[in-house]
Design a protein around this ligand. Structure first.
Ligand SMILES: [Zn+2]
Length: 462
């Protein structure tokens, strides 16, 4: 196994692709191709001219500002920076019968080894081997572990693949000790442009436009603050999206981040572009630098139904008396993750009267959000801890005065309870004025790619 080292290929013909679902004349087609060539050249230049690496934005983990976006590890037009660790070089045999295990929810290294008949002493030896192998305590569902065993089931080698850019290899040495090595792979990111027109549904349009479901989920997430994709979508709505396709060793591995997107909903045009500021913070903004997000999520949990609304007075089933309900109850299965509605700091975490296990988050000077009846708190959530919007802070339960599992959620402005379902949510911060020039320079090329779609449609209507 060796470090992949592939240079950016400027002559890749599919660097930029255009798919038009609407008919058009060949004259306009050649006009579009010319524009495409110009944009392609610009993308390539961008890829080559940057002499330093942009800091890679925060990943799609639980603390991400955009928790549903899938990949954060690629950079447009460039290979991802790699590091290699060769402190314990090991030779992993390519022969033999490798058993490939996809990690399931609840699996641990010990349970996986146990099922494979590997003795517990080996589990311990590997788990305590070094810093690299400590990561095996944090395996996640969907990741893969490869095992190579001898005919007594003893472990000869293993590979742990936490994501597409990294492999941890462990090998048994002649003296029966183990050594490990982490290999980082370079990924190539190529921006592509795709578009679609909605006839029946967003997903049908995406399938026709050869756009993966994960990309369309991200698209719906980016515009989800402005467009309700379950209610607002109209026949004839259209969208264009520029996103990275990720290659490893010249083989497409997956789709990467959306770089820019446009959605025309009921005649109204929404645009979004991904921007990483000089401090390394990446997020989506519209073409003039306004955030695509609100400062707060409308609902901090994926709920099945609203079981009780904000109400001045209601009959309380547990207390058996009339009481005002100063929040919203979201019914959800026990254990459903509860997310921080906005960036803030944990003001309180603990048991509080009828709330049961509760979390209070302070957001700047004006806003407080409250999460009650939790089953448990997320790891690391304690008083004083800073949290980001979308970060998992706890899990739905029925602690305190609750008849069944639900989240009691409150939204307070200057200490006054407001209806979380209707309160006007403040916008998230725009691009900082001092980064305006940087924003324009770094987003123009992708916004131009979207512009092609507008021109195409304008041409067609001539
Ligand atoms: Zn409630």
């Amino acid at each position: 196994m060796k470090i992949q080292d592939i240079d950016f290929k400027s002559d890749r013909p599919e660097l930029v692709r255009l798919r038009n679902t609407a008919p058009k004349s060949s004259r306009f087609q050649s006009k579009i191709l010319l524009k495409l060539a110009i944009v392609s050249a610009a993308v390539v230049l961008l890829g080559f001219s940057a002499s330093s690496w942009h800091p890679v934005a925060k990943g799609a983990d639980s603390t991400s500002k955009l928790p549903r976006l899938h990949y954060a590890l690629e950079l447009p037009g460039k290979v991802v920076r790699t590091e290699a660790e060769f402190k314990n070089p090991v030779a992993i045999p390519d022969d033999g019968d490798w058993k490939i295990i996809t990690i399931k929810s609840g699996d641990t290294l010990a349970s996986i080894f146990d099922s494979a008949g590997i003795p517990a002493t080996t589990t311990h030896a590997i788990a305590s081997l070094n810093k690299q192998t400590k990561s095996l305590a944090f395996i996640l569902p969907g990741q893969k572990i490869h095992l190579l065993q001898d005919d007594q089931n003893n472990l000869r080698s293993m590979k742990y693949i936490p994501d597409i850019t990294k492999t941890l290899a462990i090998q048994r040495n002649e003296d029966q000790t183990f050594s490990s090595k982490i290999t980082h792979y370079r990924l190539q990111a190529f921006p592509v442009f795709r578009e679609g027109v909605i006839e029946s549904s967003l997903f049908e349009a995406a399938a026709k436009g050869n756009i993966a479901e994960s990309v369309i989920m991200d698209l719906a997430y980016i515009f989800g603050w402005d467009i309700d994709f379950s209610l607002d979508i109209r026949r004839g709505d259209r969208f264009g999206v520029v996103y990275n396709e990720l290659y490893k060793d010249n083989v497409k591995i997956s789709d990467g981040r959306i770089l820019a997107a446009e959605f025309v909903n009921n005649g109204k045009v929404y645009k979004a572009v991904y921007y990483i500021d000089p401090q390394g913070n990446g997020d989506y903004f519209n073409e003039v630098g306004k955030s695509m997000r609100k400062a707060f999520l409308r609902s901090p949990v994926d709920f099945t139904r609203i079981s009780s609304r904000f109400n001045k007075k209601r009959w309380h089933p547990v207390l058996s008396k009339w009481r005002s309900h100063r929040g919203v109850d979201y019914a959800a299965a026990r254990g459903t993750p509860v997310k921080a509605a906005g960036d803030g700091r944990i003001k309180f975490r603990g048991t509080k009267g009828g709330f049961g296990r509760a979390i209070f988050i302070q957001h700047g000077g004006r806003y407080t959000t409250v999460y009650g009846h939790l089953n448990s708190y997320a790891r690391g959530i304690r008083r004083g801890k800073e949290v980001e919007q979308g970060q998992i802070i706890g899990y739905v339960g029925s602690s305190g005065l609750a008849t069944g599992p639900h989240l009691h959620y409150e939204f307070r402005v200057n200490g006054v309870h407001r209806n979380p379902l209707t309160v006007r949510l403040p916008e998230a911060k725009p691009v900082h004025p001092s980064f305006e020039k940087h924003f324009k320079e770094n987003t123009q090329v992708y916004l131009s790619m979207l512009q092609l779609m507008d021109n195409t449609l304008a041409d067609n209507s001539l």
